[in-house]
Design a protein around this ligand. Structure first.
Ligand code: ZN
Length: 483
């Protein structure tokens, strides 16, 4: 009996190899594209056969499928993985898809209720999605903070009591047991949280093999003194606790100190600390004007306010309008960085690309939500040749997958083009890829993505979004029973 079933299994295992590849029928085949895979270094004309949302074959032999995508003259690469996103409306994820993103994550701030966040998105997302349990939102819940997304009251400005720290820890641990992808730390938005409180959260992250995703402190304005301090704090928590740490938007948190800070990241890594970082390719940042970040802006010289642009109207601020809008609350753009800094940060081999995007609306946003990936590929790869196409793709695919895969095993099948990998694939024109969104009009799709496949299903076809399709699946760490 055992022997017979063994033989049947053996015969079945042999069967696919006995049939010539050309005779197989795949769900989708992508033919004649320049296939680029940063993990293997493959950079050659190949055909790809996809079945059941999985890449089954990468071959130079002809393949047949129910749908054939002709990628002649186009690059075929793993779908981009965005480790930094804050959107709530799935329609905004279509802008990401048009920019090549096939999986997007709310990690830096994270969420207060992991189950609720995943349940709300079920069956409605064009691309894959995942979230961290967030220290800042949990702190807001425990301390009854009235802020909408970021702390605006006690969670920003008051130290937590021992009892409150216990409550925050309990909710963060619950989030980890419910499969949160990591632990988010908006440290710049919770300046009153003690080092002990933060270290306690990192200890929890370490126990669950999760990394901390951190908006570091000390970077509240263009000229603020000691940016390195916030980075050193984050690295200390990682070194002491044993958890990994991922430092958000090195471009905006680093400004003029960014290259020095990347040197610190490199040195810490050389000494065994698991620290990684990311950047978006714009000289302006964006955040809520009512957040703690702008407490430091109450007494600036008049000329400094010119760096601020009110997103809703496009106007540059004065001290008077700054004070007025701060009472109202809303999104403000901060024009503080230099093109030279941004170019160097994007080119640095340690930097992943991540957009820090959020819901896309006319006149109310930042072009990074819609344009980050195409801007790197168009402006920095093609036009300025600051980095090679393969280097850029590695920052958008393999590196973010590797950042998450220790805690989230399903990430081992993303960010790669190879048999067995998930069929999350971009097909784009390297001569035409470009961002089109601007500070004044942030709601414009990028150009040059011809096809974007999510779990084998096109969400972009012939350069246009496919309406009403939602193949996105949850990306989540294994769920554990309650302790
Ligand atoms: Zn941030």
């Amino acid at each position: 009996m055992m022997r017979a079933s063994f033989l049947i299994a053996f015969a079945l295992a042999l069967a696919p190899a006995a049939i010539p590849a050309a005779a197989e029928q795949y769900d989708v085949v992508i033919v004649n594209g320049q296939v680029m895979d940063p993990e293997s270094g493959l950079d050659a004309i190949r055909n790809i056969g996809i079945r059941n949302a999985t890449i089954e074959i990468v071959s130079d032999a002809p393949l047949r499928g129910r749908e054939t995508i002709d990628a002649t003259g186009l690059v075929v690469a793993p779908g981009f993985i965005n480790l930094h996103w804050h959107g709530t409306d799935p329609a905004s994820n279509v802008y990401e898809a048009m920019d090549g993103v096939t999986a997007t994550f709310e990690l830096e701030i994270g969420v207060a209720d992991v189950d609720k966040w995943y349940d709300e998105r079920k069956g409605g997302m064009p691309i894959h999605y995942g979230a961290a349990i967030g220290h800042a939102p949990v702190r807001m819940a425990v301390m009854d903070d009235p802020g909408e997304f970021l702390p605006a009251g006690d969670a920003a400005r008051k130290p937590a009591s021992d009892e409150q720290i216990r409550a925050i820890k309990g909710r963060v641990e619950q989030g980890l047991r419910r499969g949160a992808v990591g632990v988010g730390f908006g440290l710049a938005y919770t300046p009153a949280a003690s080092h002990w409180e933060i270290l306690e959260m990192f200890r929890l992250a370490a126990r669950y093999d999760a990394a901390g995703f951190v908006h570091i402190r000390g970077a509240s304005s263009a000229g603020s003194a000691d940016r390195e301090q916030g980075l050193l704090e984050a690295i200390s928590h990682a070194a002491v606790s044993g958890a990994g740490v991922h430092v958000a938007h090195m471009n905006s948190s680093g400004q003029n100190a960014a290259l020095r800070m990347l040197g610190i990241v490199e040195q810490a890594r050389a000494h065994g600390v698991d620290v990684t970082t990311e950047a978006y390719p714009y000289t302006a940042g964006a955040t809520r004007i009512e957040s703690f970040l702008f407490d430091a802006w109450m007494d600036k010289p008049e000329s400094e306010y010119q760096k601020l642009q009110w997103a809703a109207t496009g106007e540059r601020l004065t001290r008077e309008t700054f004070l007025r809008y701060r009472k109202e609350g809303g999104l403000v753009l901060i024009h503080a960085n230099t093109e030279e800094n941004v170019r160097a940060v994007i080119a640095n081999p340690l930097t992943m690309i991540a957009s820090d995007g959020f819901d896309v609306k006319p006149r109310q946003g930042h072009p990074r939500s819609a344009g980050t990936y195409s801007r790197v590929l168009g402006r920095y790869v093609r036009e300025q040749q600051t980095l090679s196409l393969m280097q850029a793709l590695r920052k958008m695919t393999l590196m973010p997958a590797q950042r998450l895969e220790r805690r989230v095993p399903q990430m081992r099948n993303k960010g790669r083009i190879k048999p067995g990998a998930d069929a999350d694939i971009v097909v784009f024109d390297p001569q035409r890829i470009a961002d089109r969104a601007t500070y004044e009009a942030p709601d414009v799709f990028s150009e040059g993505m011809r096809y974007v496949l999510v779990a084998g299903t096109p969400v972009v076809r012939e350069g246009q979004p496919v309406a009403g399709t939602a193949p996105g699946r949850p990306v989540r760490a294994p769920i554990l029973p309650s302790p």
